[in-house]
Ligand binder design. Sequence first.
Ligand SMILES: Cc1cc2nc3c(=O)[nH]c(=O)nc-3n(C[C@H](O)[C@H](O)[C@H](O)COP(=O)(O)OP(=O)(O)OC[C@H]3O[C@@H](n4cnc5c(N)ncnc54)[C@H](O)[C@@H]3O)c2cc1C
Length: 234
Amino acid sequence: MNSGGPQRQLPETGRTRHRRLREQGSLDRDRLDAILDAGFLCHLGVTVDGHLLVVPTVYGSDGSSLYFHGSVASRSLVASPGAQVCVTVTHVDGLVLARSVFEHGVNYRSAMIFGTPRQVTDPEEKLAGLRCLTEQAAPGQWDYARRPSRRELAATALLALPLDEASVKIRTGAPDDGEGEDAGLGLWAGVMPLRSVWGDLEPDPLLPAGIGAPAHLTQRVGTAANRAARRQAP
Ligand SMILES: Cc1cc2nc3c(=O)[nH]c(=O)nc-3n(C[C@H](O)[C@H](O)[C@H](O)COP(=O)(O)OP(=O)(O)OC[C@H]3O[C@@H](n4cnc5c(N)ncnc54)[C@H](O)[C@@H]3O)c2cc1C
């Protein structure tokens, strides 16, 4: 996870200071980048008309900002610029099955990002942000598929959230009650790993004969869906 160089730290703020299970918490910037690189789906929390909305949405990370997009009519995107938001990204790696129900848990990698997004209006930055979003989910598709038209760009809102205030939490390993009183119960305990893997491609039934899937898609079949595939892709 660490690139091997000096550890890059995120600043600790009142919001990002871990309070509970601090040993799982981290402000390591490389860990944040690894979690963001491994996914493309986040939950965007924002207050709209006095109500809290938590919206699942795709993102792209260029290492300094997170980009979100959607319809210009999307209430969460309209409310977000200039407002405080909290974004979470979560990868579940397994169930931690302890001897007691109390000690059950989840192995995971998660990130929380706080800040105030801005609306991206500069046409070049908007295209770059949309490229970042597209490539995050489907590396290679930006150059393969038709790019957005002017009309499509006008109908699309793009927000950029700086990656300046964020925290990470990671749990790995076995249950925590292997050495406690419950160890004598004679119950099985351990981890049930959860792996998300890209499945076989399902061609559009309307696809004319002779159009095969491009290599950047076929190469991903069977690979882990939440392990920074875009960095490992050739
Ligand atoms: C898949 C999954 C399942 C979980 N299930 C449970 C559960 O059932 N019960 C439970 O108590 N906890 C669970 N957690 C952990 C939970 O996310 C919180 O870390 C924990 O509950 C502490 O919450 P708190 O309100 O006391 O946070 P605090 O420790 O007060 O949070 C302070 C700051 O720490 C950082 N922080 C806290 N949690 C996270 C996080 N997950 N990722 C990144 N930064 C974080 C944030 O910056 C936050 O503002 C789960 C986490 C994941 C990813």
